[in-house]
Design a protein around this ligand. Structure first.
Ligand code: SAM
Length: 299
């Protein structure tokens, strides 16, 4: 029977810890996603894998240790990051080759995504060792889902350079991509990054998702130039994902088409020039061909 509150409301009892699966864990390397803040975001399967692993590789054993302690799991752990991994990886790979089960967890979210693990996963694949994903939290996808921006086509670009000049160059490379952009950033650089983004990409709609799933979770949406000036985002602490809408498709004008055709006709036949310009400007070839003939004839 349900317990009752002092006011007489029926209250559900605190649920018991989730039962771990009895199913044996197949040998292989498991890439285990872990919470990006709220420890209850861990999946039941992630707990099964962590509890059943012969060895847990952790980006930071203290961070993963807290997760294990919260769910009463105790397994051998070793530190693994792409630098210290040089020492741990041979041991893990030897264990895997003997049919062991090894779980890799980063501090937060999905391993390998701006996190350690790629060299190990690549080597395991090269050696024919089974590699399994245990999908779950991902800061990039969590931010995309709450950004209020198109999510059907996106490009995750990780961290931009900490230096403004290099960052602007990187942004210029991303400017022409017809997809929503997802970028990681630390709170201390957020304002400087937003200001570079506004200057290079213009006032595109965007969202800043900060401290997702944590106590101070904030999502601020607006054009990049407004976000760059928003005092709510002045606080230098916290983890941040920036999501930016795709740039608007620029429609080529008749003058653009004429200029491109005139240049192409100095090198190509009217048919070839029409095809090249149609590809470059996204305009119908048939009309461009007619115009190319006119231009060629002095029209
Ligand atoms: N592999 C992780 C994942 O899949 O979420 C990302 C690791 S990367 C080293 C850390 C960056 O992820 C942070 O600088 C921030 O951009 C983003 N991030 C991680 N946790 C976050 C959170 N709770 N809220 C917002 N951004 C977060």
């Amino acid at each position: 029977m349900a317990a009752q509150s002092r006011e007489g409301w029926a209250m559900s009892r605190r649920p018991p810890p989730p039962p771990l699966s009895d199913a044996p864990l197949a040998p292989g390397l498991y890439l285990v996603a872990t919470p990006i803040g709220n420890l209850r975001d861990v999946t039941l399967r992630a707990l099964d894998i962590l509890a059943g692993a012969d060895l847990i590789l952790a980006e930071d054993t203290r961070v993963t240790g807290k997760l294990l302690a919260a769910y009463g799991i105790s397994r051998p752990m070793a530190r693994y990051d792409d630098h210290a991994g040089g020492r741990t990886a041979p041991r893990a790979l030897a264990l895997l080759e003997q049919g062991g089960r090894v779980a890799l967890a980063s501090d937060a979210g999905t391993p390998l995504v701006s996190d350690p693990g790629f060299p190990l996963a690549r080597e395991a694949i090269a050696r024919g060792i089974p590699v399994f994903a245990a999908p779950g939290p991902s800061a990039a996808l969590a931010a995309l889902s709450v950004a209020g921006l198109p999510a059907d086509r996106f490009l995750f670009a990780g961290f931009l350079s900490p230096k403004s000049a290099a960052r602007r160059r990187e942004l210029a490379e991303l400017a022409g991509i017809r997809a929503t952009l997802i970028l990681f950033e630390g709170g201390s650089r957020l304002k400087a990054s937003l200001s570079d983004m506004a200057q290079v990409l213009g006032p595109r709609p965007a969202a800043v998702a900060r401290e997702l799933t944590k106590l101070h979770e904030t999502v601020v949406r607006g054009p990049l130039d407004q976000l760059a000036a928003d005092p709510v985002l002045d606080h230098p602490l916290g983890e941040v994902v920036i999501v930016i809408a795709p740039g608007r498709e620029e429609v080529a004008t008749a003058d653009d088409a004429d200029a491109a055709l005139a240049e192409a006709l100095t090198r190509l036949s009217p048919g070839e020039a029409a095809s090249e310009v149609a590809r470059a400007l996204g305009l119908p070839r048939r009309e461009l061909y007619r115009r190319a003939l006119d231009l060629k004839g002095g029209g």
